[in-house]
Design a protein around this ligand. Structure first.
Ligand code: ZN
Length: 273
């Protein structure tokens, strides 16, 4: 079976204090947290994971929870162009989940096979109040999903003949899923927002790489071992099961094998596998 190559795609960013993700810790550390898509290529297929945020979801320069944001359709076009591709070169789309900053540009890819979890669609249609207040989901996404011509609404885990593996990992949303990608350098896990950034799975980290490649000191959180949950985790019981599953799926339990939805170093390092 052909091995995969993974490329991170920069879809814009939210400028956010680390303390928003890690309450009470590193509240002064403000950094650019990218909206990340992934391109998976095996020489036969171009698969896109997530489609970023819609332009007009960012109002007056503010996105999720009122933090400064930038992104939109042009970012997706530019990120693909950087890899020598047009949107029409994409063969399949996977959604780690359907939040505003992951499924915003679904209509750019409406005529190709699209994979997401049934429980995620259910969450999209039946949100809890905190998800509504924070606008986790773009209110146009249910209609966007209806317009897709070839939906594969997966219920649970799924191995594809091309070697990719999908696992349902609830916690951040009801139907989040990870994609396990076999490469020459081992098995990488594309986590979506479960977790958003790798410190959730590695609370003892004491330095963190930013989008320009520089490192900053961060505060270890020993009280949270083995994993920690922030306000972006809605179901802690499910999240722990998901974290342990993710831990067992990666080549090694190290941050470099966890390709999250918002870690700046993923954009800096760019190519995996
Ligand atoms: Zn999310």
């Amino acid at each position: 079976m052909k091995k995969w190559k993974i490329t991170s795609l920069y879809y814009g960013a939210l400028t956010i204090p680390k303390g928003f993700a890690t309450p009470g810790v590193d509240t002064d550390l403000v950094f650019e947290s990218p909206y990340i898509g992934y391109l998976l290529q095996n020489g036969e297929e171009n698969i896109l994971v997530d489609t970023g945020i819609r332009d007009d979801f960012i109002v007056d320069g503010k996105a999720y929870a009122g933090f400064p944001g930038k992104g939109g359709k042009q970012y997706v076009i530019d990120a693909l162009a950087k890899e020598g591709l047009k949107p029409s070169d994409i063969d399949k789309v996977f959604y780690t989940h359907l939040h505003n900053d992951h499924a915003g540009n679904a209509l750019m890819f409406k005529d190709i096979p699209t994979y997401f979890q049934k429980d995620e669609y259910s969450n999209l249609l039946n949100q809890i109040p905190s998800q509504k207040i924070r606008r986790d989901y773009d209110k146009r996404t249910p209609d966007d999903m209806q317009q897709l011509s070839s939906v594969f609404m997966i219920n649970g885990n799924f191995k594809m003949t091309n070697g990719l593996e999908i696992y349902k990992t609830p916690g951040h949303s009801l139907g989040s899923m990870i994609i396990v990608v076999p490469t020459e350098k081992g098995r990488y896990v594309i986590t979506g927002d479960m977790p958003h950034i790798c410190v959730y799975m590695f609370p003892m980290m004491d330095e963190y790489q930013l989008i320009d490649g520089s490192f900053v000191k961060i505060t270890p959180m020993p009280q949270y071992l083995p994993f920690f949950c922030s306000g972006q985790i809605y179901d802690h019981w499910a999240a722990f099961d998901s974290f342990y599953l993710i831990k067992s799926m990666a080549e090694e339990f190290k941050p470099e094998y966890m390709l999250t939805g918002h870690d700046p170093w993923v954009i800096f390092r760019h190519n995996f596998g």
